[in-house]
Design a protein around this ligand. Structure first.
Ligand code: ADP
Ligand code: MG
Length: 438
């Protein structure tokens, strides 16, 4: 973590908060358009097995607009500043699955608020009044609880005492405290029970009956669990599917009437490929309410380029090879540590076949504002130049096509040494931070 909050430009902060619901809405609409997902991801899937597997599950669940939908998203931004005098918001990516650190991020804000009045080594005084309120964990708990309630209303034959939210976790999960705090908050605020199961356990024990109810006969010592919501904190990486069993669990969940957070469709919206295509003219416009909304969303985009086996792909490849420092090369992966930069980017673009390179997209490199902070990690303090990635959590709940909830649910700030290319707290690069507005 950092010892003090890091400064974030106030206008950029406000704009990111306002963009949240527009982006949530756009994701939900794209997720409902399976033909669009199939068409846009077809070429990528032909060379990327993980995308192909997910695409293969598309359409196995209920028709869009008929069940309960729930999204816990996180839209990540940098405050970009090329020449040091015009800070601008630039989106890094939208996360549609396993958006984590809401709970530990909320605690980091509280810790910094405390440290404002209790200085420690290296810290200096700051005005905690300029730290915005942040209850990301409470906001996400509210969203999951709203989906749970909507499930019970829609499927009224389910015995409410058996209905629970299932958190799909990785075996040997390391980020367990972030998840447990959410679980406690759900219980404390809403009296909704969340139980943990891995995809493997669901493959072994889970049953979907004719009424499409997903049941686990015994999970964490509860006699029977009906899944109201399946909240994925795993399943975003090929490593989460070491065998066919995990894929069959994913399919079982998808075919059930549980609210999937996310559905396969919503997860696919979060692919780097879809986000690249959205930067093309006319694409955002298809999925938002007004031109104003589209303009607003577009203003936050950094340029993204296709690397498909086309003239446009060849042109972008050339651009990347000529100016490797100005771009990021992204495969269809999540979780940090997968992108290529600089010499590696150049090398990859020079050696990949046109088919291979179509599994990637090329993104303009954002130049985030550099600030000073102190990073505490592994028992060491380090005063350093850092850059901060600002995340805005979004919660979206709909039942039978009616939107029940679409809001911004708190924020996350993660900082890393300015000299680092890639990011991610779980990936071991970034640390938890909190914003102080200026
Ligand atoms: P992941 O799904 O692995 O989190 P991201 O797109 O968020 O993928 O990229 C990982 C990290 O790489 C980000 O946290 C950020 O630090 C860095 N990064 C990604 N895109 C850019 C970009 N366009 N400019 C600068 N840094 C970037
Ligand atoms: Mg990311």
């Amino acid at each position: 973590m950092t010892v003090m909050p890091s400064p974030v430009n106030r206008e950029c902060y406000d704009e990111a908060i306002r963009l949240g619901p527009l982006l949530n809405n756009m994701i939900a609409r794209i997720a409902a358009d399976h033909d669009y997902l199939r068409k846009t991801l077809e070429e990528t899937a032909s060379v990327d097995d993980f995308t192909a597997k997910l695409l293969g599950l598309l359409g196995t669940g209920s028709k869009p607009g008929t069940g309960i939908e729930v999204g816990v998203f996180r839209h990540d931004f940098f405050v970009h500043d090329d020449d040091g005098n015009k800070p601008e918001l630039r989106m890094v990516e939208m996360n549609c699955i396993a958006s984590s650190f809401a709970a530990l991020g909320t605690l980091t804000c509280e810790m910094h608020r405390f440290l404002a009045h209790h200085p420690v080594a290296y810290s200096h005084r700051f005005d905690s009044k300029a730290m915005p309120d942040n209850d990301a964990v409470g906001g996400i708990a509210d969203g999951l609880a709203a989906a749970h309630k909507a499930y019970l209303e829609r499927y009224s034959s389910v015995d409410p005492s058996t209905a629970r939210i299932i958190l799909v976790g990785q075996p040997g999960e390391r980020n367990v405290y972030d998840q447990e705090l959410l679980r406690w908050t759900l219980w404390g605020k809403h009296h909704v029970d969340m139980v943990r199961a891995s995809l493997k356990e669901i493959a072994q024990d889970g049953v979907v009956s004719e009424d499409q109810v997903l049941r686990l006969p015994s999970c964490e010592h509860r006699p029977e669990t009906v899944a109201s919501v399946v909240y994925f904190r795993a399943g975003y990486s090929p490593d989460d599917y070491p065998s066919d069993a995990e894929w069959s669990a994913r399919e079982l969940i998808e075919t059930s009437n549980a609210a999937k957070c996310p559905s396969v469709a919503a997860q696919l919206v979060g692919t780097k490929k879809i986000q690249q295509v959205l930067d093309n003219e006319g694409e955002v416009e298809r999925f938002v309410d007004s031109d104003d909304d589209a303009k607003r969303i577009r203003r936050s985009f950094a340029r993204q380029y296709t690397l498909s086996d086309t003239d446009a792909g060849a042109k972008a490849t050339k651009l990347g090879i000529e100016r490797p420092d100005d771009f990021v090369l992204k495969p269809q992966r999540e979780g940090g540590g997968n992108n290529l930069y600089k010499a590696e980017l150049k090398e990859a673009l020079m050696t990949m076949s046109p088919a291979e390179r179509s599994a990637y997209i090329l993104m303009e490199r954002i130049r985030p504002v550099v600030v000073q902070n102190v990073i505490a990690r592994d028992g060491q303090w380090q005063q350093a130049d850092v850059v901060s990635e600002f995340g805005v959590y979004g919660v979206y709940v709909a039942s039978g096509g009616t939107v029940l909830e679409n809001s911004t649910a708190g924020t996350l700030l993660r900082s890393k040494l300015a000299s680092q290319d890639d990011g991610g707290v779980a990936a071991g690069v970034a640390v938890l931070d909190s914003p102080i507005l200026q």
